[in-house]
Design a binder for this molecule. Structure first.
Ligand SMILES: Nc1ncnc2c1ncn2[C@@H]1O[C@H](COP(=O)(O)OP(=O)(O)O)[C@@H](O)[C@H]1O
Ligand SMILES: [Mg+2]
Length: 231
């Protein structure tokens, strides 16, 4: 449930701005018309901004529909696209909190992967949300997260690093346990990393682990590439 909450929270955040633009344009247009000062140029500007933003909303609905529907069918996706989608979901809330998103090395060659839609997105969102929580909790000044995607011979590796100071060594062995949390906010149930671990390790046959770097926590998601794709 909290996973869904995190996902919906990010979508809601991303939609707030275009929705606000649409309602501002519609009410501005109405007001000007009522006052008899709506000229053709205003009318076109308002209409265009309404149109542009509604197209954007409907496009994102299409993109996310697949993720919200919990179909249990595996589908072939392109890893880079899923990574981009996760980033685009958290982008606006990160920029609101002045968290810079740094794209490190990202493999250019498209990497196909078979999985159940939503699985990887959920893992990425959980890790990114945790990074945001840690950056805010520790009141870091120049906040950033950095992501990378590296293709190895038989696997691919996605890493997400933050500069929030890292996971406390006293609890680092427990963070993937179910219900383990150090937070007391309403939506923190301590299942984000537990369920991410379940997806990456048990469902996708990969590895999920964390290391503390000189900056903060760095999460590694390692997924085995199907032999078909390696050849
Ligand atoms: N990027 C991070 N930096 C520091 N601590 C982290 C980070 N990510 C996770 N943690 C720690 O791992 C714990 C478990 O994370 P998670 O399973 O997502 O649960 P929750 O976010 O609800 O606390 C967090 O409470 C936090 O103490
Ligand atoms: Mg979490």
């Amino acid at each position: 449930m909290s996973q869904m909450g995190e996902l919906i929270g990010n979508i809601a955040h991303q939609w707030r701005k275009p929705l606000c633009v649409i309602s501002t344009a519609a009410s501005g247009m109405k007001l000007k018309k009522e006052m008899g000062v709506l000229n053709d140029k205003d009318f076109l500007n308002y209409s265009e901004s309404i149109l542009e933003n509604s197209v954007y909303l409907s496009k994102t609905i299409d993109e996310f529909r697949d993720y919200i529907e919990f179909t249990n069918k595996k589908k072939e996706i392109i890893i880079q696209d899923r990574l981009k989608m996760a980033i685009s979901l958290i982008e606006s809330s990160f920029s609101l909190h002045n968290i810079k998103i740094i794209e490190g090395f990202v493999e250019k060659e498209k990497i196909p992967f078979r999985l159940i839609l939503g699985e990887l997105l959920q893992v990425l969102i959980s890790i990114l949300t945790n990074a945001k929580d840690a950056l805010l909790e520790n009141k870091i000044k120049d906040k950033w997260i950095k992501y990378e995607l590296i293709k190895k011979e038989y696997s691919l590796q996605i890493t997400i690093e933050d500069n929030a100071g890292g996971v406390d060594e006293k609890i680092i062995d427990k963070i993937f346990d179910s219900y383990f949390t150090t937070k007391d906010y309403e939506y923190s149930t301590g299942i984000g990393l537990y369920s991410s671990y379940d997806i990456v390790v048990n469902k996708l046959g990969g590895k999920l682990f964390v290391e503390n770097t000189e900056h903060g926590a760095k999460f590694f998601i390692e997924l085995p590439l199907n032999i078909d794709y390696v050849i």
